[in-house]
Write a protein that binds this ligand. Structure first.
Ligand SMILES: [Zn+2]
Length: 100
């Protein structure tokens, strides 16, 4: 059995989506081929490294980030509002003076 064929099968093998015949072939090959064993280990570690997506709302960290974002957002709004107020105020002053 060629390594390339086994390597095509390995992802399915890791996810247990192989047919029993292919599974046997893969296992037979793995028992003799170090390179494919390493690849299998890599694929398996990839699977375990990838964390299950945790709903963002449930984590304390996410809640804190959320608050932080809100604070930032409102902070900007207040700054923008203040700037806008002064801009309008200055424009009105200028118009007032210009109309004199
Ligand atoms: Zn191999």
């Amino acid at each position: 059995m060629k390594c390339s064929i086994i390597r095509d099968l390995l992802p399915h093998y890791v996810e247990a989506k192989c047919r029993p015949e292919s599974e046997k072939l893969v296992e037979q090959h793995l028992s003799t081929c170090h390179g494919c064993q390493e690849l299998l280990a890599e694929l398996r570690s990839d699977e375990t490294v990838a964390p299950l997506p945790v709903p963002a709302i449930c984590t304390e960290e996410a809640v804190q980030t959320d608050r932080h974002v809100w604070r930032k957002y409102f902070g900007r709004m207040i700054i923008k509002g203040t700037l806008l107020f002064f801009a309008v105020y200055i424009i009105l002053l200028m118009l007032f003076h210009a109309s004199k």
